[in-house]
Design a protein around this ligand. Sequence first.
Ligand code: NDP
Length: 310
Amino acid sequence: METTKCLIIGSGPAGYTAAIYASRADLKPIVYQGMEPGGQLTTTTEIDNFPGYPEGVEGPKMMEDLQKQAERFGADIRWGMVSEIDTSERPFRVKIDDGTELLAETVIVATGATAKYLGLESEQKFKGGGVSACATCDGFFYKGKDVAVVGGGDTAAEEATYLANLCRKVYLIHRRDQLRASKAMQNKVLNTDNIEVLWNHEVKEIVGVEQGFTKALNGAVLVNNKTGEEKKIDIEGFFVAIGHKPNTDLFFGKLDMDETGYLVTQPDSTATNVPGIFAAGDVQDKHFRQAITAAGTGAMAAIEAERFLG
Ligand code: NDP
């Protein structure tokens, strides 16, 4: 059976950066790209906050560049999903969805997280054309414009306050009459003049115009779930902030997770509770969720894997 010194699961900035470092350390890593090669950034448009791209870069292009950089040092990048892993003994026995099995001396888990969406057809239609799940990534495009954020947790509150600094007006649409966010974040939201909270509202539809491949969102139809009343708000950007789901189903009962399913790593380290298994990127980070922070922990994981192998 094939054996690798380092198996990397996932191909976002964390996975590819781990691959660059691990291949330069001569660990000859194998990377399984997973369900969404390139990860969440392949669904964004321009990335302006990754150092080294003075003119900005398209998300898919940056991921292509990272892949090529990893391949340049010999990383073996493969299409496929890991379907099973036995973490009870080293080397770890891993099954791939095409039936392949391999043994890995170390594993770097970089499977990321998936933003939750409302599930509306119109939301899907305007994804990347007005609908976004990341204000830090896409907020800049709505400078001086009116936008909406949906959700009532810390992420929604943070995104709304972030956007309020850039945009003319921010509607915060929440399905209840109370925010779930921490008191400090609630106070920020409620004390920001250009944020209007629309309590007890749900989104029925996102509307806009489509011309060929160009899409321009121009509003959202909301329903008050107490009165049944409908209203349309005029907005150009719609930010979904109803939570993320870490992609950790594969590791239930095998690796330590917090109550929301994020992998737990040791302080100042990417080490999980199983020696030889490391976690990098959004799968272990619910606070920052940036490409650059994911890349940073990817580098850490590869360095730790190298040191672990001694
Ligand atoms: P949360 O799960 O905390 O909040 C999700 C919000 O979205 C809730 O208000 C929920 O409504 C709403 N929601 C969920 N599904 C739907 C739906 N289908 N339609 C409409 N609304 C919906 O997720 P967050 O991403 O905000 O936070 C995740 C974790 O990360 C939390 O523990 C949070 O504290 C933490 N975090 C901390 C930060 C910090 O400390 N700076 C920053 C960001 C996150 P309802 O309230 O009705 O359930």
